[in-house]
Structures are given as structure tokens and as C-alpha cells.
Design a protein around this ligand. Structure first.
Ligand code: MN
Length: 424
């Protein structure tokens, strides 16, 4: 299947030597709308690509869709998963690297704990649940150890099961992949559905898998870099602080450790640098949540489209456009949207005439169609996002839903003025 190289469009090339400590992340943040290829990262002979996915449009083009049809495309792919196949050749095994120090790992922000891998998809297997693919940040500890942040989801469950038996969990980390795989690995399934079958359906061809070498989990054969290793049982280390999607610091915690057992790459590999809180990070983390918001709200209203907004870090704020039929619908839509994405704190419900991708139009709806007295719904003591610094202990937060739809009895006052064609 397609790899990063088949998708890659380079907007800007940096030929001069650049430092992996802050300089690369600064250039990527300053040029967040351009994909940037660095030819000479200091201390590594590997090229670095950043801002691979710079816009919603580019992400949609990677999935062969448009921003209007994106959710329908994902829903269709979920209904028609395409299972991976065994690769006939494995470009990701062309070269062997000695240790992690040969990789161009970035230190992104002042105050971060160190150099991090942020675009690595971690593959693991469980006897009962099958294969899992998920993205985790990994802190460089030394030449063959990484700390890995595990939130309480699938990989966390696999690891704890092994740890209870006193066994390590074998993992393979693939870096430098087609966006369809990055998207699928960020998709939040309720059960243990196979992320790679979603990636295949979105890419329009099955993911081709290369067998593990020093560990069991297979990886996409077109990966630029593969790190194999073991999550050690009963081993924890300090991980963090780390700048996350909101551009604020996530605190340090005690987290598991990966011991590296082998690293292979393609010939002349390209390392994918994903700067936390960049547009790319927001799109990759936020967009996979939009179909489930749509799904939940669809149970209570006719949904035109749903999105997490970039201004709300593509995580905390959402907008849902509905074709309102009944009076109670906006309120139901608000509550459903919060069910669809549990980290969301504020959601605005608008009518179908509002372009939800245009913040000015959403604000227009709030300015002219909303009265806080009757249209604001406040939910105290909710479980929100741990990434929101204003949330309390255990991410406790107050959620607010805003009904910015025209009242059904609306009338002419709400009509948007138009200018007739002038005949000449
Ligand atoms: Mn999973």
C-alpha cells in the first residue's frame, strides 16, 4: 500500500543545517501551512519532514474525500473494512540502525522533558483482542530506552494483562506512514476493532504488513522507520512535562519503559516530525473524533455536518450544524455531541445555512441567533479533558452547549439579507 512518499508534497525545503533542539519545531510552527523538508538536521544523516498534513483539505485528499464528504467517507469505510495483507516486499527492512541516537528526534518546546517521538504508531497484539495500532508520545531516555505515555485505552490494557503475568509486551513502532494509517490509529473505537482494516478502507487498498523481526507484531511494509522493542513489566519512569495539543504543558507522570530490540529503516529514510499543538497535530487528533460526534447527534437530529474547531485546539470546542425540525432538538444535540466526544467542553449548535468551517459564520450565528438566558445549557461537575489546564482535579469541568439556531417561530427578523442581481 501507499506510504508517506506517495503522499508527500513538499512546500518548503530547508537545505542549511538546523538544530533538532527547538530550531526545527520553531520553523515548523512558523510555517504551519507548509510541509517542510529538512535536508540537514544536525547530528543525524536522516531527512526530516514536518507538517505533512497542513490543512483539513490535505487530510481529506489523503483519504480521497472532501471536507463536506469526509464524515460520510469515514462512516462508509467503517462499514466496509479492508483487512491487511502480507507484503511481498518490505522496504522498511532495507537498513539496520545501531541505536536510537541515530534518529533525528526533536526537542519541541522549552520546559519539555526532552526529545520525543510523536508520530510513531505503536503496534501490539493480545491473545484475545487481536492487533492494536495507536499513537503514543515517547520520550528518549538513552540509546535503547524510551518512556511511553499510555492513557487507559487498548495498549494500556494489553500491557497490564502481560504485566500481571510478569511478562513484557512486545511492540513495534512505525514512523513515516501514509496519513490513512495515522488517521485510523487515532480513531477511537469503542471495542477492539482493527485500526488497519479502517486504514485500508480509507486508502482504497489493503495495508501491506511486514512480519516482525525481533518481536511478533507486524508493521506496514512502507514505513520509513521501524523500532521494535518490549514494554518492560513493573518498570516505570518519569515521563513529562510535555507540550500537548492545547499548547500548554501536560504534567509529568510515572510511565512504562520500552527496551529497544532492533531498528530498521528504508533506504534514505525520512523521519516524520509531528510538532505538538501544531495544525498537523490538531487535525490528526481531532478529525478522527468528528464522525462519532456526527453519529451520536444523528440519533436525535438531522445532522448536516460536525467539526472540532482549530481555535478550540481541535479538541475542546465543537460545532454541529443541524436541520432543526423540533423545538427540543438543539438541547438533545448538545448532550449527544458531548457523548460523541467526551473531552469536548463547549459545543455550538447552528442551522444548516452556517458554514461550520468558517469561524466568522459560527460567531455570526451566536451574535444574531442566541440568547444566553434561554439558549445556554450548563452542565456542572462533568468529566472533561485532562489537557484543559482550567479543569479541576480528575479533569472535572463545566460543559456548556450553546443553541445558536433560529427559533422555529423565527420570522423575518432572522432572514439574511441578499442583494438581487442587477439587470443591465
Ligand atoms: Mn484499538
Amino acid at each position: 500500500m501507499k506510504g508517506l512518499r506517495e503522499f508527500l508534497e513538499v512546500d518548503l525545503e530547508v537545505e542549511e543545517e538546523v538544530s533538532l533542539d527547538f530550531e526545527v519545531s520553531k520553523i515548523l510552527m512558523d510555517h504551519y501551512k507548509e510541509s517542510v523538508l529538512f535536508h540537514q538536521p544536525k547530528g543525524s544523516n536522516m531527512k526530516v519532514i514536518g507538517n505533512l498534513v497542513t490543512s483539513r483539505e490535505r487530510m481529506c485528499s489523503a483519504l480521497s474525500t472532501t471536507r463536506e464528504k469526509f464524515i460520510a467517507r469515514v462512516r462508509e469505510a467503517l462499514k466496509n473494512p479492508l483487512e491487511p495483507v502480507v507484503a511481498s516486499r518490505s522496504p522498511c527492512r532495507e537498513k539496520v540502525l545501531k541505536d536510537l541516537y541515530q534518529l533525528p528526534l526533536l526537542t519541541h518546546f522549552k520546559g519539555d522533558a526532552g526529545a520525543y517521538i510523536t508520530s510513531g504508531v505503536v503496534f501490539a497484539e493480545d491473545e484475545d483482542k487481536g492487533r492494536n495500532a495507536s499513537i503514543h508520545r515517547m520520550l528518549l531516555l538513552d540509546e535503547n530506552h524510551l518512556a511511553i505515555r499510555l492513557v487507559e485505552r487498548h495498549l494500556h490494557a494489553f500491557y497490564h494483562r502481560k504485566e500481571a503475568e510478569g511478562e513484557p509486551l512486545e511492540v513495534a513502532v512505525a514512523i513515516g506512514l501514509h496519513p490513512s494509517i495515522l488517521f485510523a490509529a487515532s480513531y477511537s473505537f469503542n471495542g477492539f476493532e482493527d485500526e488497519l482494516s479502517l486504514a485500508g478502507a480509507l486508502a482504497g487498498e489493503p495495508v501491506t504488513l511486514s512480519r516482525g523481526e525481533s518481536v511478533s507484531p507486524a508493521v506496514p511494509s512502507e514505513a520509513e522507520i521501524v523500532i521494535e522493542g518490549k514494554l518492560l513489566p513493573r518498570e516505570r519512569t518519569r515521563e513529562g512535562p510535555f507540550t500537548d495539543i492545547t499548547g500548554t504543558y501536560d504534567r509529568a507522570r510515572q510511565q512504562p519503559v520500552i527496551e529497544v530490540t532492533g531498528i530498521t529503516t528504508r533506504e534514505n529514510p525520512i523521519y516524520h516530525a509531528l510538532v505538538p499543538s501544531s495544525m498537523e497535530h490538531r487535525l490528526l487528533m481531532g478529525m478522527p473524533r468528528e464522525p462519532s460526534i456526527y453519529e451520536e447527534v444523528s440519533r436525535v437530529a438531522r445532522v448536516k455536518n460536525a467539526a472540532l474547531t482549530e481555535g478550540g485546539c481541535s479538541w475542546l470546542h465543537g460545532v454541529v450544524a443541524i436541520e432543526k425540525k423540533g423545538k427540543g432538538e438543539p438541547r438533545k444535540a448538545i448532550e449527544a455531541a458531548f457523548r460523541g466526544h467526551k473531552s469536548m467542553k463547549h459545543v455550538v449548535i447552528v442551522d444548516g445555512d452556517i458554514d461550520i468551517f468558517n469561524p466568522w459564520q459560527v460567531e455570526f450565528a451566536l451574535a444574531t441567533r442566541f440568547q444566553a438566558q434561554s439558549d445556554a445549557y450548563v452542565y456542572k461537575g462533568q468529566r472533561g479533558s485532562s489537557l484543559d489546564p482550567s479543569a479541576g482535579e480528575d479533569a472535572t469541568t463545566t460543559k456548556v452547549g450553546l443553541d445558536a439556531t433560529v427559533p422555529l417561530e423565527g420570522g423575518d427578523n432572522y432572514k439574511r439579507a441578499s442583494i438581487p442581481e442587477v439587470e443591465k
